[in-house]
Ligand binder design. Structure first.
Ligand SMILES: Nc1nc2c(ncn2[C@@H]2O[C@H](COP(=O)(O)OP(=O)(O)OP(=O)(O)O)[C@@H](O)[C@H]2O)c(=O)[nH]1
Ligand SMILES: [Mg+2]
Length: 420
């Protein structure tokens, strides 16, 4: 099954918890704290892989969780880090955040890696909390818990040339003649149900050609197979617009040409501006000559027309050359330009309070951040500090621990008078 869009849930590994432990020696009662830190959780990493052609793996399995870090161990041993979970995707996969629609990455080149979610930090073991005043901390930190996220994977094929046209006009036949690809070819509409890619060789040059399902009038409103597949030619450098000149299906070739262009424009004005060459196909069929003449009159030399018969092979070398002549003047296929969306880990701000005689001491990462942001002799800044202490529940906790008006509180090395 060809899957070019998938919605999956991903979660980086949780951090392992630090542990509380004390050294044990035979004959020695009071060993120091030796609880090790927990390991970091595994990351969720996407890697572009040129051997993959579509996203079918992500259709069947939709939940991906990286390994958690192991808890710390006694004797100051760190817990093992969780393994990263590597998710391979085909080239051209665009990764988006489901909630905001923001683009996280365009997996454009083989081997490209993108860490989308970072594993949780391991918690600190009690050994890390020992200091001059506190010889035997009976606590340790738990590991950081990570959040799961939903991402949309969307394949936007990377090709130089896109084949467009009505169903049954011979797009797949042309692909099979100018590349080694072997798409299904048959005399009915919508033979091609998903995009086919092939590599065409022109002397020392190569270009990638994408053949997509046929379009019909109203495709942009969902008629036929719709315009869903146009995504796969959105980033091609040029289009080859294939037109059946035989008239065997009772349609006028020039009308076909206008209708397809209208659908392209409805899908995306940019796509409508992509350089096109016209291929007049099925010239081997009786009557095609006449139709071609009429077509040329209507188009009045506005576009280059290459006449071919995909079945006999007539004109296909000319077609390759015409494609090449256009491509050499164009820049190579580029990755999307976008403002990168990132999942930012909330900075873990914690604190602890302990009592030293009658004095309360507040320490921890929250205090470190506050110290960076607060100017001690500025009234507004101090008001902000007070608000943060209140919002974070530190004031309430100090009170619980017995702080009253006039108690001394040391925050980040500065002495304050406790005010409720
Ligand atoms: N006589 C003749 N028949 C052709 C030519 N090119 C393609 N055909 C036939 O036209 C029919 C449709 O060809 P396909 O290549 O499957 O057409 P398509 O445009 O890919 O069609 P969809 O995948 O349905 O959009 C097949 O029976 C082909 O053999 C040609 O140059 N001359
Ligand atoms: Mg086809």
């Amino acid at each position: 099954m060809f899957i070019d869009r998938a919605l999956i849930t991903i979660k980086a590994g949780d951090g392992g918890s630090g542990i509380t432990s004390f050294m044990h020696f035979k004959g020695r009662v009071n060993g120091g704290p030796d609880g090790g830190d927990g390991g970091k959780g595994g990351d969720i990493v996407f890697v572009a892989d040129k051997h993959l052609t579509n996203l079918s793996d992500y259709y069947y399995k939709t939940k991906y969780v990286a390994e958690s870090g192991a808890p710390g161990e006694p004797k100051d041993c760190f817990g093992r880090a969780g393994k990263d979970l590597v998710l391979k995707v085909p080239l051209g996969t665009v990764i988006k955040d489901r909630e905001s629609g923001g683009i996280i990455a365009d997996m454009f080149t083989d081997g490209q890696r993108k860490v989308v979610l970072v594993g949780g930090d391991g918690g600190k073991g009690n050994a890390k909390f020992a200091n001059a005043r506190r010889h035997a901390p009976h606590f340790s930190q738990t590991g950081e818990k990570t959040e799961s996220k939903q991402v949309v994977l969307e394949l936007k094929t990377i090709a130089d040339v896109g084949l467009v046209g009505f169903p049954n006009v011979g797009k797949s036949t042309i692909l099979s003649r100018i590349t080694k690809a072997r798409p299904k070819i048959a005399n009915y509409h919508f033979t091609t149900l998903s995009p086919n890619l092939g590599v065409s060789e022109y002397y020392d040059n190569q270009f990638v050609v994408a053949d997509i399902p046929g379009l019909i009038e109203g495709a942009s409103d969902g008629a036929g197979l719709g315009i869903e597949f146009l995504r796969h030619i959105e980033r091609t450098r040029m289009l080859v617009h294939v037109i059946d000149m035989s008239g065997l299906e009772g349609r006028d070739p020039y009308e076909d040409y206008l209708k397809i262009n209208k659908e392209l424009k409805n899908y995306s004005p940019q796509l409508a501006k992509v350089k096109q060459i016209i291929v007049a196909n099925k010239l081997d069929i009786y009557g095609a000559d006449e139709n071609l003449k009429a077509f040329k009159e209507k188009i009045k030399g506005r576009k280059k027309i290459i006449t071919v018969s995909a079945v006999t092979g007539e004109g296909l070398d000319k077609l390759k050359q015409a494609i090449y002549d256009v491509l050499v003047k164009l820049p190579p296929v580029q990755p999307l330009e976008f403002e990168e969306f990132n999942y930012v880990k909330p900075e873990r701000l914690d604190y602890e309070i302990f009592k030293e005689g009658e004095t309360f001491v507040v320490t921890g990462t929250l205090v470190d951040v506050l110290k960076r942001n607060v100017v001690m002799d500025d009234m507004n800044s101090l008001a902000y500090l007070h608000k943060v202490l209140k919002d974070r529940g530190i004031i309430a906790e100090l009170r619980k621990m017995g702080a009253t008006d006039k108690s001394t509180v040391i925050i980040g090395g500065e002495e304050f008078e406790f005010i409720d």
